[in-house]
Design a protein around this ligand. Structure first.
Ligand code: GAR
Length: 190
């Protein structure tokens, strides 16, 4: 059987990317075709260098105003495109070319704490400010609006009154590491 090809997009530290790479490291069924990033100095690039995974950087113009990134993605022949901490809105050309083939992870229980400007620590700060007693992760398909595509999977974690924003971030990352690769694997097997 042909190996399934994953293309990952990331903007930051890339700890989810690293976790996904490790998860599929010995797989004969899944290949990480490349990691694409919109940040020239993103830590995810160092991680890819260390792990011998292709990493490519693109700027705003290539992504949003031309077919340059689309053409690169097409050449990578992905079965699934995964946004793992990627912070730009996905342009229409990619969404139309890959309907229901782009998935995102959001660090909250959507539809709560989603939308433009809601990412990373900003989400956890808002969760803390509202004294939430639980939070979680949402893995969903990507459409043209931030955080609005169909939900594939959610997982929850309990919050204690003494949990600070860093504690919340840690609980969320733990959930992400546990669930995200398995959901990706399942989607690739459908
Ligand atoms: C993750 O928690 C992910 O859910 C979040 O960014 C973090 C990236 O961490 N994504 C968003 O907020 C998207 N709106 P990482 O770089 O360590 O994987």
């Amino acid at each position: 059987m042909k190996t399934k090809r994953l293309v990952l997009f990331a903007s930051g530290s890339g700890s989810n990317v690293e976790n996904i790479i490790h998860y599929f490291h010995n797989s004969t069924k899944v290949t990480i075709a490349s990691v694409l990033t919109n940040k020239r100095d993103a830590k995810v690039i160092d991680k890819c260098n260390r792990l011998n995974i292709n990493a490519l950087y693109f700027n705003r113009n290539a992504f949003s105003k031309t077919d340059c990134v689309l053409d690169i993605v097409k050449a990578l022949q992905p079965d699934l495109i995964v946004l793992a901490g990627f912070l730009w809105k996905i342009p229409r050309n990619l969404i139309q070319t890959y309907p229901n083939q782009i998935v995102n992870i959001h660090p909250a229980l959507l539809p709560k704490y989603g939308g433009k400007g809601m990412y990373g620590m900003r989400v956890h700060k808002a969760v803390k400010a509202n004294n939430e007693t639980e939070t979680g992760i949402t893995i969903h398909y990507v459409n043209e609006n931030y955080d609005e595509g169909a939900i594939i999977h959610q997982a929850k974690t309990i919050l204690l009154p003494e949990d600070n924003v860093a504690d919340i971030a840690q609980k969320i990352h733990k959930l992400e590491y546990e669930h995200f690769p398995k959901v990706i694997e399942k989607l690739l097997n459908e």
